[in-house]
Design a binder for this molecule. Structure first.
Ligand code: ASP
Length: 288
């Protein structure tokens, strides 16, 4: 069959097809409870709450998620393009150091992919893949530039834990199209890792309360209005509005909402729905 395909289409197309069959197979394995493969994701809305320390609210959750994974945590700093006054590419060192300092306190060792001679090899050797927040367009551009979509996807579907915050959660979705970021660069494609079949909007923010002083009221689109625009032209995709200090803990196809706030689920043509913190649901975001 492969031979026939290669004859019919270009080699490249056949390879892509074979790759996506392989991925689909791995994906099915992750959904088969009889196989001992479990997809493990922690998708965090935001690294830092207002006036709190860096990774303050989420580090205990991360530590719980990583409790048996103290080995080789591979960090992606690609979203960090202006960290601590350092512009890209020096920002990658500054970002890595910032993250390493926090993780060290919890007994974890972090190495950064930007230091690897061969990023794909670094992914293949990683025990955990961790993607930091920042500018999602830049992050996705770098992921494509280094050819990391398929290697990371394969690794994570085989059971390597993946965690990300903010932009790092955006890339767990099919595409980057529900980011809040400015398109500061043009990635080769908007395609992301596609671990979950819905889109996340991190830092989801509710409209100002009615009581607020009109002089300081924001005149632009609310977040919900922006997402409804996305839904108007992507009617089959569901969006999960992940509020500050919340996260999705994914094991196989079972998702739990962590944190104290509800999650807003937006679907085309339907009234928005709220999922309570602590709830468990499936990939269609239906409660279990
Ligand atoms: N800029 C966000 C972050 O902190 C991502 C987003 O809002 O879409 O990573």
């Amino acid at each position: 069959m492969i031979g026939t395909l290669t004859n019919l289409y270009t080699d490249e197309f056949a390879n892509e097809l074979i790759c996506s069959f392989a991925n689909y197979f791995l994906y099915l394995c992750t959904l088969n409870p009889k196989k001992n493969i479990v997809m493990k994701l922690l998708l965090i809305s935001n690294s830092t709450n207002y006036k709190e320390k860096y990774l303050g609210w989420c580090m205990p959750l991360i530590a719980e998620f990583l409790k048996n994974e103290k080995k080789n945590i591979l960090f992606f700093p690609y979203a960090g393009i202006n960290i601590g006054g350092k512009a890209y590419p020096a920002s990658y060192d500054a970002y890595t150091e910032r993250v390493q300092n926090v993780f060290k306190e919890f007994g974890f060792k972090v190495t950064s992919i930007h230091k690897a001679k061969n990023p794909v090899e670094a992914v293949n050797k990683a025990d955990v893949i961790m993607v930091g927040g920042g500018n999602t367009f830049h992050l996705v551009a770098e992921i494509h530039k280094y050819g990391l979509i398929e290697p990371v996807r394969r690794k994570v579907l085989e059971g390597t834990p993946f965690l990300g915050w903010s932009a790092g959660s955006n890339v767990a979705c099919p595409t980057l199209r529900t980011t809040n970021d400015m398109p500061v660069v043009m990635p080769e494609s908007f395609q992301c890792f596609d671990f979950v079949p819905f889109q996340i909007n991190p830092h989801y923010i509710d409209p100002y309360p009615e009581k607020i002083n009109d002089a300081i009221r924001h005149g632009g689109e609310t977040r919900q209005v922006r997402i409804e625009e996305f839904l108007a032209v992507n009617q089959e995709i569901t969006v999960a509005g992940l509020r500050e200090a919340t996260a999705l803990w994914v094991e196989n196809d079972r998702i739990t909402l962590k944190g104290e706030r509800p999650m807003r689920v937006l679907k085309f043509g339907k009234a928005p729905r709220e999922i309570k913190p602590g709830s468990t649901f499936d990939f269609a975001l239906n409660l279990r």
